[in-house]
Ligand binder design. Sequence first.
Ligand SMILES: Nc1ncnc2c1ncn2[C@@H]1O[C@H](COP(=O)(O)OP(=O)(O)OP(=O)(O)O)[C@@H](O)[C@H]1O
Length: 267
Amino acid sequence: MKTLLEVKNLNIRNKEGQSLVHDSSFSLETGKTYALIGESGSGKTLTSKAILDMLPAHLQMSGDIVLQGEHLKQLSRKRWRSIRGGQIGAIFQHPEQALHPSIPIGRQFVDLMRSHLPVSRYEAEKQAKKMLSQVLLKDTSHVMSSYAHELSGGMNQRVMIAMALLLKPKILIADEPTSALDVKTQAEIIFLLKELILDTDMSMLFITHDLLISGYLADTIGVMREGKIIEQGSKENILSAPEHEYTQELCRHCSQRFLGKGEIPYA
Ligand SMILES: Nc1ncnc2c1ncn2[C@@H]1O[C@H](COP(=O)(O)OP(=O)(O)OP(=O)(O)O)[C@@H](O)[C@H]1O
């Protein structure tokens, strides 16, 4: 199995020196999904922001992030941004915050594509429409001419997924992308992500508080609590033989929710 991204001994502290993420290490393999699961405030989003180089300046980070052999520590910020730019796509809980409110969706696609690749406007529009239909948005011309506020939450999340995939990244970071959606749309987006991952050799870091979703999407699960990854391993091991008491509790909740009895789904 080929390692695409390694997070090594990641530590993040606030101004007061309090540890927010503590000595976290994990790796992402080509074509595989790693789910980072944990309760609110456990450090999942800060971990993804560190990978995306989006940590606020007042937070101190140490450790190393290695993308295909290139060490973040050894690169200038500009160089890291350019390496990372086309190789890591990201989607978040609130797509409407990431989309520009007063620029039509289509133009945002075209601008993004043309800022990275020497393509004509016509070609960029063609690619954008292709991506929008890949995420199962039907009337692509209508979506292209719409503003984010004119689309539903589920449509905006599909638009974000299409935009994140436009530059054909090797890694997709999905930070609670379905938490703000209704249950039916949540399921549709989760199925879509699974299909997209199976159809390509893209890897995904999926951040969630939901063990059930992790069980469906992930190959490997890391359980995060109070800034630490307390347990990680294959989905099968984590779900059927969790070692840490906290993971055991998560599994019990999950099975009760899913089946109303003591069986672990997906294991
Ligand atoms: N910009 C920031 N400045 C200072 N502390 C922060 C900042 N962002 C997050 N924190 C703190 O760091 C810790 C981890 O936060 P983080 O957002 O990574 O948690 P999370 O697991 O993603 O939670 P959630 O599921 O609620 O998004 C929390 O204690 C949080 O209060």
